[in-house]
Design a protein around this ligand. Structure first.
Ligand SMILES: C[S@@+](CC[C@H](N)C(=O)[O-])C[C@H]1O[C@@H](n2cnc3c(N)ncnc32)[C@H](O)[C@@H]1O
Length: 375
């Protein structure tokens, strides 16, 4: 395994004395040449992890159905913007669905992708070549006056986080230092006043020695996104919880972790650039800071409920094989697979949400349908 990136980090830390964990994570994942997301396909069997997209094309087909209904019900421009599109498979599944099942919608639709990794942009362009002319790649800065549905799957968990620890009642930030010939943590004062503000705003209390992973990029992102959306929905799908649950005292070590070839580990300073680093999303922060930028919460719900609302049961009924059916079920079975820990936040701007809105269906109806269809 090439150690160029590890050597780069060590030199940087020696030169600066210390760097924040967020700086470290940014380099490990997104260094333009050696970062984890910049050089080889991290997804699926050959990579380090699976997302719902890899589980089944039914995930994308189901999202597509829900989006089409939402756009029609809210009378929005037929525009989808996906941020953090990974291999491009989700975009491909969504566009394939429209092309085969909803010709007129496909023709009217404009699909925008915002992706940070140059390597992945090339992969996406290749996979989506049959939808040429339909997809446009832009940077986040270029997004403006957006109308339609802006969505992401497992984007925010890939933003760098700051690590904060409570030591005898004092909150300190964990920096990365080089000491005793190795990279390790060292607690010191916060690198930015934004961390203090975050703790106060979200009323986070840590017990002694508890660590919390704080995603300040998510705050910047949702505030900026809210200003960029003129009219429509922002749908964020990811693993994570509200702040109360996320920073509960039983989570002493925070939630940031690594995945290497489908195995979880906490050896952050090993295999730098060869393993994924990710942390659970604080959905309370997205709701709280989103409000500042005009984003109203429509719903915050488990992924399995969201997929039921979007029509995933049709996919189970239509499944061509037992394996396909099992994969679709893995997306919605509440305990296990993608049913656990995955949640969806739906925010809106400048739209009135009707009572019978697609993402509003009352859960008692869903339980009824679910029990009939999962048996
Ligand atoms: C965990 S992957 C998820 C990929 C895909 N959505 C899926 O579900 O399979 C995170 C994706 O977000 C992208 N990403 C991370 N930070 C980003 C940013 N600031 N702007 C755009 N894309 C970003 C990564 O390059 C990668 O494509």
């Amino acid at each position: 395994m090439d150690t160029t990136l590890k050597e780069y980090v060590i030199e940087l830390v020696k030169e600066k004395g210390k760097i924040t964990f967020a700086e470290f994570m940014e380099i490990a994942l997104y260094h333009p040449k050696y970062g984890y997301y910049q050089k080889e396909n991290p997804f699926g069997m050959q990579g380090s992890f699976y997302t719902s997209v890899d589980a089944s094309e039914s995930f994308g087909r189901t999202l597509a159905k829900g989006f089409e209904r939402a756009i029609k019900e809210l009378d929005l421009a037929p525009m989808l913007c996906e941020m953090g599109a990974g291999s491009g498979m989700l975009a491909n599944d969504i566009l394939n669905y429209y092309k085969s099942e909803s010709d007129k919608f496909y023709n009217d639709l404009k699909y925008i992708i915002i992706e940070k990794s140059k390597y992945l942009i090339e992969m996406q362009k290749e996979l989506l070549s049959k939808h040429q002319g339909k997809v446009e790649w832009i940077s986040f800065d270029e997004l403006d006056n957006f109308e339609g549905i802006f969505f992401s799957n497992e984007l925010v968990d890939a933003f760098p986080v700051h690590r904060v620890i409570n030591i005898n009642g004092n909150l300190k930030e964990l920096y990365v230092i080089y000491y005793d010939n190795k990279l390790q943590y060292y607690p010191e004062e916060f690198s930015t006043a934004d961390l203090k503000e975050y703790f106060e705003r979200l009323c986070i209390k840590l017990v002694d020695k508890q660590i919390a992973d704080i995603n300040l990029d998510a705050v910047k992102w949702i505030k900026s996104l809210g200003r960029k959306v003129d009219k429509g929905l922002v749908i964020t799908i990811d693993y994570g919880f509200d702040a109360k649950n996320l920073y509960a005292p039983f989570r002493m070590d925070g939630t940031v972790t690594c995945y290497f070839k489908h195995t979880q580990n906490n050896d952050f300073f090993e295999r730098i650039g060869y393993q994924d680093i990710t942390a659970f999303v604080d959905f309370s922060a997205l709701m709280e800071y989103g409000k500042e930028a005009g984003l109203n919460v429509v719903n915050f719900e488990p992924q399995w409920v969201f997929l039921l609302q979007s029509g995933i049961l049709d996919e189970i009924k239509k499944a061509k094989s037992d394996l396909h059916r099992a994969r679709v079920k893995s997306l919605i079975i509440p305990e296990g697979g993608f049913g656990t820990n995955f949640n969806v936040l739906i925010q809106s701007k400048n739209v009135d949400i009707p009572d019978n809105f697609v993402y509003n269906i009352k859960s008692y109806k869903i339980f009824d349908k679910l029990s009939k269809n999962l048996m």
